[in-house]
Design a protein around this ligand. Structure first.
Ligand code: NAD
Ligand code: ZN
Length: 371
C-alpha cells in the first residue's frame, strides 16, 4: 500500500497523521522531527508490548533517550490514581517541557497518556501510535484527552493536540475480532453521520472489511482520518456543533455503557445500538428523507459487520434517566444527533419522552413508558 500523510491544520498546533504498513524505519525520522529534546517517555499498552518495544528501539536509534512504562487494563486505567502514578514516573525521569510523551496503545492509553502530557509541567508534547482500529479512526485525532471520574466518563480532561500520529496498520494483526468490529462501528458512524459516499463504500466492502483486507482497511482508516481532521479543523473545541455530529449514536451508547457498568458491552457495540436507536427515533419523528431506506441500510450494514443492532433487555425508563443526566444534556433538555438522510445529521432538543420510550422498546428495551 502507499504510505500517506494527512495534515491537521490548526495553526500553531498543526500536525501530521502518517498512515503506513510495517514501516518502522520511517518512524525514527517522524519522531525525531517532532521531539523538542533528547528524552522520549513511552507509555505503552501491555497487549502490544512487542510492537512497543520495537518502536522504542527505533526511536532510540534516532538518538533519543528512552524511558518506558507498560500498563495493562482497560477503561479502569483512565483514573486519577493511574495519572498520578505516571506523574511520579515522569518526575523520576526528570521530564520537562522538552520531553516527548509517546503513547502506544488504544484509546485508553491515548486518552490517559495525553491527559498526563496535557497537565504535567502545564503541558508537554505527545505523539500517538494507535494500535486499535478505533484509536486509528477516531480517538487519536483531535486532541481530546481525559480520565474518568466516578460521576462520569471523560469528566476530567483537556484539549491537547498531539504533535503527530503514526499509524502502522500491521499492528492490527493481533487485535481481537471484537475490538476490530468496535472500530468498524465508529467507521459506520462517520458514513452515516457525515459522508454518504463512505457509507456506500462500506456497504460494498463488507466482506473485504470482515476479512481485514489490507487495501480496504487502509482506505477506511485514511478516509476517516481525513474526515476527522476536517471536522476538528472547523470545530477544534467542540463549540460550533460540527464536532457534535460525530456523537451520532453516542447519547444512547453512553446510557447503555453506564447501565451495563462498562462491563458487558464494548463502546463500539454500544455505538452500533445507539445509531439504531437514533435512526429509529428520526424515523418515528418523520425527520428522514423519504425513499432513502436509511434505517434499513444502516441495520443491514451493521449486522453485516456482525455488530449488535438491538438493545439488551434494559429498562427504557432507566435508560432515559441516564441520558437525561449525560454531561452533554444542556439546561435540562436532552439533545440528540439525529439523521436526516445517510451522511447528514442534525442536533435536536425537541424529543418527547414518549417517542423516546417507544423507540427504545422497539429496539429491545423493556418496561412501560412511564404511564
Ligand atoms: N479522545 C477521543 O477523542 C476519543 C474518541 C473515541 C474514544 N475514546 C476513548 O477510547 C477508549 C476506547 O479505546 P479502544 O477501543 O481503543 O480501547 P482500549 O484502548 O481499551 O483497547 C481495547 C483492547 O485492545 C487491546 N489492544 C490494543 N491494541 C491491540 C493490538 N494491536 N493487539 C491486541 N490487543 C490490543 C487493549 O489492551 C485493550 O484490551 C475509551 O476510553 C474512549 O473513551 C476517546
Ligand atoms: Zn465513540
Amino acid at each position: 500500500m502507499d504510505n500517506s500523510l494527512i495534515l491537521v491544520r490548526l495553526e500553531g498546533r498543526s500536525y501530521d497523521i502518517a498512515i503506513n504498513h510495517d514501516q518502522a524505519s520511517g518512524l525514527a525520522d517522524f519522531v525525531r522531527r517532532r521531539a523538542p529534546g533528547h528524552l522520549a517517555i513511552v507509555i505503552a499498552d501491555a497487549s502490544v508490548s512487542g510492537f512497543a518495544g520495537l518502536c522504542a528501539q527505533v526511536i532510540a536509534g534516532a538518538g533519543l533517550r528512552i524511558e518506558m512504562t507498560t500498563l495493562s487494563g482497560q477503561e479502569g486505567l483512565k483514573s486519577l490514581a493511574q495519572a498520578s502514578a505516571l506523574y511520579d514516573r515522569l518526575a523520576d525521569w526528570k521530564a520537562d517541557r522538552q520531553t516527548l510523551v509517546v503513547a502506544i496503545g488504544g484509546g485508553v492509553i491515548g486518552d490517559l497518556a495525553g491527559f498526563v502530557a496535557a497537565t504535567f509541567a502545564r503541558g508537554i508534547p505527545f505523539l500517538i501510535i494507535p494500535t486499535t482500529l478505533l484509536a486509528m479512526v477516531d480517538s487519536s485525532v483531535g486532541g481530546k484527552v481525559a480520565i474518568n471520574h466516578r460521576r462520569g466518563k471523560n469528566l476530567i480532561g483537556a484539549f491537547h493536540q498531539p504533535v503527530g500520529v503514526w499509524i502502522d496498520l500491521s499492528v492490527l494483526d493481533t487485535l481481537p475480532d471484537r475490538e476490530y468490529r468496535c472500530g468498524l462501528a465508529e467507521v459506520v458512524k462517520y458514513g452515516a453521520a457525515i459522508d454518504a459516499e463512505l457509507f456506500a463504500y462500506l456497504e460494498s466492502h463488507v466482506d473485504a472489511l470482515k476479512a481485514r483486507d489490507l487495501k480496504s482497511v487502509a482506505a477506511v482508516v485514511n478516509w476517516c482520518c481525513r474526515l476527522k481532521a476536517s471536522v476538528v479543523e472547523r470545530d477544534e473545541r467542540d463549540t460550533s456543533g460540527e464536532r457534535a455530529a460525530l456523537n451520532y449514536g453516542h447519547t444512547f451508547a453512553h446510557a447503555v455503557e453506564t447501565m451495563s457498568g462498562y462491563g458487558s458491552w464494548r463502546h463500539g457495540e454500544a455505538v452500533a445500538m445507539g445509531m439504531e436507536c437514533a435512526a429509529g427515533l428520526a424515523q418515528r419523528m418523520g425527520l428522514l428523507a423519504p425513499g432513502e431506506m436509511m434505517t434499513e441500510r444502516q441495520s443491514r450494514l451493521l449486522s453485516g459487520l456482525d455488530l449488535p443492532i438491538r438493545l439488551p433487555p434494559m429498562k427504557a425508563d432507566e435508560l432515559i434517566d441516564v441520558m437525561a443526566s449525560d454531561k452533554k444534556a444542556q439546561s435540562g433538555a436532552m439533545r440528540f444527533v439525529l439523521p436526516r438522510r445517510v451522511g447528514t445529521v442534525e442536533l435536536t432538543a425537541q424529543v418527547s419522552r414518549n417517542d423516546l420510550a417507544s423507540v427504545l422498546r422497539d429496539k429491545g428495551a423493556t418496561g412501560s413508558s412511564g404511564h
